[in-house]
Design a binder for this molecule. Structure first.
Ligand code: NCD
Length: 353
């Protein structure tokens, strides 16, 4: 099986990430030059979960590159509604398309799908796990707004447990020199164990805080996120967490003049609306960059063979994360990755206990 999918941005060499950022910014300056780059190619977008920016920016990216798009955004309108499993759906789309973009509520789905086909797959978000193309968007924005990806003090605020964008962002930004993370969240929504283990193993500097005011004055970047309602077991639990962290104009007074505010969007109530007009608010520009980042990625993936490291092996032990795709599609093999000390599920990264 050829592994040429993008499941986690960590699969790419740092050098390749930097090349993608440069390409995205080049495309942004002169998009017409790229209008035929994917002529004759077809992209399938399989969205098993709601999406505005990711889905539309992927589709627009492919259309602007001269390619075409097929797919679904509501699995109820496909054979999934009749009970078709992931493996069959993905094998069918692999016959029709040159590249597949998939978003799914279960963790590890893009990786699972990549096990069955040779067609490259892009992970457009797998449950509360990872969101590599949002991170690509974020690093393009950071590079163009701050001029660097190292020596940054990055505040991450909101739902750290279920927010896939922050998991991907931490993994990528940890690879650049001397970045420090200020994690602002309620205890119940702290980072998952595998993200903390990842940072600890690499001696990445991070501290927890329970108020934006505690650290905003030190930050170069404040990355706000929404509380991920759809990942909670009950409405009551969501209500307990909702509205705890709100960026107000008053709090923003303590921030540096060149601190930028980012957000993957959609934002709900975590940023006061008036802040949209503050010149430090970069989230709409960030969303625009998402299209150029995806144009760069599609071009690259269709032109060059990119190989994921195969660093996982079979295991006797089943992953016990109920949100892992292996617990939904039970025919999937048990696969694990090890760091020499602990074992993690190759699909969802949960520690195998
Ligand atoms: C994010 C996602 O889907 O994880 N949105 C996006 O892709 N821009 C963030 C979110 O839904 O909160």
């Amino acid at each position: 099986m050829i592994e040429k999918s993008l499941i986690d941005l960590y699969d790419l060499e740092l050098n390749d990430i930097e090349k993608l950022i440069d390409l995205a910014l080049k495309i942004k300056k002169n998009p017409e030059k790229y209008m035929d780059y994917c002529h004759g190619k077809i992209m399938a977008t399989l969205f098993y979960e709601p999406s505005t920016r990711t889905q539309m920016s992927f589709k627009t990216a492919m259309l602007r590159l001269g390619g075409q798009v097929i797919g679904f955004d509501d699995p109820k309108n496909s054979s999934v509604a009749k009970g078709e499993n992931l493996k069959d759906t993905i094998k069918i789309f692999a016959n029709y398309a040159d590249i597949i973009v998939i978003r799914h509520p279960f963790e590890g789905t893009a990786f699972a799908a990549s096990q069955f086909i040779d067609t490259p797959i892009i992970n457009a978000g797998d449950g509360g796990h990872m969101h590599p193309t949002q991170t690509l968007t974020d690093v393009v924005t950071l590079k163009s707004e701050k001029g660097r990806l190292d020596n940054l003090k990055i505040g991450l605020c909101g739902d750290m447990l279920n927010g896939r964008t922050v998991h991907s962002l931490i993994k990528t930004m940890s690879r650049f020199e001397n970045n420090t993370f200020f994690v602002i969240s309620a205890k119940e929504l702290a980072l998952p164990e595998y993200v903390e283990d990842f940072m600890k193993e690499r001696n990445v500097k991070f501290t927890y805080s329970d108020a934006i005011e505690d650290c905003i004055g030190d930050l170069d970047v404040l990355y706000m996120t929404r509380i991920q309602k759809e990942r909670f077991d009950s409405e009551e639990e969501y209500q307990k967490q909702k509205g705890l962290f709100i960026l107000t104009k008053d709090k923003l007074k303590q921030a540096k003049d060149d601190m930028i505010i980012m957000h993957p969007l959609p934002k709900i109530d975590e940023i006061e609306i008036d802040i949209d007009d503050d010149e430090r608010a970069k989230y709409f520009e960030q969303a625009k960059n998402g299209m150029y980042a995806r144009m760069a990625l599609i071009t690259k993936m269709l032109k060059t063979d990119q190989y994921r490291p195969v660093n996982y092996k079979n295991s006797e032990i089943k992953c016990n994360n109920p949100k892992c795709i292996t617990n939904k599609e039970t025919y999937l093999e048990n696969l694990v990755v090890t760091n020499g000390k602990d074992k993690y599920c190759a699909y969802c990264d949960s520690k195998i206990k």
